[in-house]
Design a protein around this ligand. Structure first.
Ligand SMILES: Nc1ncnc2c1ncn2[C@@H]1O[C@H](COP(=O)(O)OP(=O)(O)OP(=O)(O)O)[C@@H](O)[C@H]1O
Length: 432
């Protein structure tokens, strides 16, 4: 049971790679903190710095309020669980779990008792005599957990502990791990690139990109009110629709968000309009999640956008329609993953369709800009990021009675819009 505080921690490796860039983060006693981000963003390095396996280039690490820089790993009271389980193949399960206790000099009887307690909690009491290669993946990960728990550490550090397991088992162990560490009341820092894991397990999530901490908050906060364009693009499935919008203030009437061929209007008396009105004559990014878009009749009045369905994706429990509304999408790089691709435009579907057209000798459809398409004079996100014809992701009932090419109108929940400026930062419009 301990607290962790990172103060401006950076790590620059000898080859000049800046793996961690001035990260400050507090983990409360007993808190379950998830470090989330794509491969290479520096999550594991942060964990290794806290464990004492890596020294920070600058900044301070505090454990339980005491500076821990320079303290050897074994004196930090932390236990690590890794993705590859890291079990000793020549030892039995029981000996693997007992190993840290043997190192600490605990006598045989107490060791046996502690190991059997832990094994029964984890449901592996009947395999204590086996070797790791005689276990399933799930059992191996339970043994690795057991070896971490048995020492009764003050802090758990877990580095993608479930990523070598199949998805069913991952979901099961996800629930088990979060229940177990909460019951034990041990502070935990859990690294993953899997947003579902982060959002379901965490008390708070810290999202990293290229060594920089982007946002920290409860799952509801980071999903519902992302601090940056990057976090908005990273969280959610389908990904948030991110559209370029020109802002025009019509004094005392409304603020117009011009999305290319059509506009949305924020009423002037809405507190949110005032914040957006500062960007009169400029371009911002408007974010809207699929759940804020509801199909309506083609001639429905109100806050509605209309377009044609470019293609549909059927996911069994729902179908997604991707709607061409004559707007421009902002593509945030390095968010990775197949969902981004389809939800933001240049998905496998489109690549295949272009390939098929080429094979058939038909002219290419207007595709995404191959190069970033800067807006003159802009150096911010609107200048740097790739822009493409937007394909608005909309949720529909499974296997709907619409097809590619059909017109569709969707009503937009205006109070669920997100706004980002040219730096990629959230435009604060007051909390909803
Ligand atoms: N010893 C090292 N020397 C040089 N660069 C390194 C070293 N270790 C890590 N890096 C680099 O630092 C960056 C962050 O690596 P890190 O392993 O922390 O990322 P990560 O977010 O945990 O990624 P993954 O999920 O793939 O493990 C990467 O660019 C990586 O290549």
């Amino acid at each position: 049971m301990t607290t962790v505080a990172l103060k401006d921690v950076s790590k620059v490796f000898s080859d000049g790679t800046v793996a961690v860039d001035k990260v400050s983060l507090d983990v409360a006693d007993g808190e379950f903190m998830v470090l989330l981000g794509p491969s290479g963003c520096g999550k594991s390095t942060v964990l290794r710095i806290i464990a004492g396996l890596e020294e920070p280039s600058s900044g301070a690490v505090l454990l339980g309020g005491e500076v821990a820089n320079g303290l050897p790993p074994r004196e930090r009271g932390v236990a690590m669980v890794f993705q590859d389980f890291a079990l000793y193949p020549h030892m039995t399960v029981g000996d693997n779990i007992a190993f840290p206790l043997r190192l600490s000099g605990l006598e045989q009887d107490s060791r046996t008792e502690r190991v059997s307690d832990v094994a029964s909690v984890l449901g592996i009491g009947d395999v204590l005599g086996r070797r790791p290669n005689q276990l399933s993946g799930g059992q191996r990960q339970r043994v690795a957990m057991g070896r971490a728990i048995v020492r009764r550490p003050g802090l758990f550090l877990m580095d993608e502990p479930l990523s070598n397991l199949d998805s069913g088992l991952r979901a099961e162990l996800r629930a088990e791990i979060s229940a177990l560490v909460r019951e034990m009341g041990v502070s935990t820092i859990y690294v993953t690139h899997d947003q579902a894991e982060a959002l379901t397990m965490a008390d708070r999530v810290a999202i990293m990109r290229k060594g920089v901490l982007q946002d920290v908050g409860t799952p509801t906060q980071v999903y519902g009110r992302p601090a940056t364009l990057y976090v908005a693009a990273f969280l959610g499935s389908p990904r948030m629709n991110l559209l370029e919008a020109a802002v025009y203030v019509h004094l005392d009437r409304y603020v117009e968000l011009a999305l290319g061929e059509q506009s949305l209007y924020l009423p002037w008396d809405n507190i949110r309009s005032r914040a957006v009105a500062h960007y009169h004559g400029e371009r911002i990014v408007v974010g809207v999640r699929a759940e804020a878009l509801t199909p309506v009749a083609l001639d429905a009045p109100g806050d509605v956008v209309r377009g044609r369905i470019r293609y549909l994706e059927h996911h069994g429990h729902e179908s997604l329609a991707f709607l061409d509304i004559g707007a421009t999408a902002i593509i945030v790089d390095e968010v990775g993953g197949p969902v981004t691709e389809s939800a933001t435009g240049d998905g496998a579907m489109r690549r295949l369709s272009r390939f098929a057209r080429r094979l058939a000798g038909r002219p290419a459809e207007p595709g995404p800009d191959a190069e970033p398409h800067p807006i003159a004079g802009r150096t911010g996100v609107l200048g740097r990021h790739q822009r493409r014809p937007a394909e608005l992701a909309i949720r529909l009932a499974p296997y709907p009675a619409v097809r590619a090419g059909d017109p569709l109108a969707v009503s937009v929940r205006m109070d669920a819009l997100h706004f980002f400026d040219d730096r990629g930062d959230r435009i604060d419009v007051g909390w909803r």
